[in-house]
Write a protein that binds this ligand. Sequence first.
Ligand SMILES: [Zn+2]
Length: 338
Amino acid sequence: MRGAVLYSARDVRFEEREAPKIIEPTDAVLRLSASCICGSDLWPYRGIQPTTAPTPMGHEYCGIVEEVGRAVRAVKPGQFVIGSFFASDNTCPHCKAGYQTSCQHRQLVGGAQAPMLRVPLADGTLVATRDVPSDDLVPSMLAASDVLGTGWFAADAANVKPGATVAVVGDGAVGLLAVLSAKQMGAERIITMSRHEPRQSLAHEFGATDIVTERGDDGIARIKEITQGIGADAVLECVGTPESMKQAIGVARPGGYLSYVGVPHGVKLEGQDLFFRHVHLHGGPAPVRRYLPKLIELITGRTIDPGKVFDLTLPLEKVAEGYRAMDERRAIKTLLRV
Ligand SMILES: [Zn+2]
């Protein structure tokens, strides 16, 4: 089979790779229904995170089970399944507490920008839908695998409750789906920080009530103004830079909640800033597995349409163009047809 492999900064190749097969008895091999490129793939693509060896890319996936190892009980060939970027047993103490991305036996799933994928710990990792979904639902199911699950965690970790005032920092796919998630959880006011017109309109469609285009101190001042000087009850940081984190801390109300789901790069926190603001911090790699059953239900019932974040669709062999489009911000998120 052929799949995407990153060699070094801005060098993604679509090339022959060994087809995945069952290695451990707890594995499953999937035939993917679609694949996509993640905002976090841009860190190594841009060279901010160095690539030391050719790396098969992609960690978001959904598709049909092709084969399972002899110890797999919960899924069977022919089922449509979704999993997350960390495989987890879903039985250890961390999984039971709802933090499957900190599973004692977690394993990174990689190489999903390809037609086939091996998923370890299949019983704990994969969630099957009742029926094979119609084609038009596949983009939303794929979004549930990572960006929607991450946006949902951002809202949940920031304690979004009915009536809450929410601020979302970041207008990438995760930030936009954090808006959708906050809306589902009953937020009354959702302020999103974005300077990019197509992203602003999608944010509105997903439930944003206010758009703030200012950044830095001006952005903080603007949100303070919108909230009558109080600040937001919940701040969802979906970028991971020192600037975005500073912005997020600056707009939380005293006693407010700040979630951070953008992989931090160079972020340093100032103890006194946090201390005098009474801010609750809760972040990390989203335990998407915890939310998958709920998200599948919302998608199947067509209550939410997170697949709208894919604004560019390319055949898998054009994966390098998909990276370029996202790098240059010509696309929010690229769907790859396999
Ligand atoms: Zn576990």
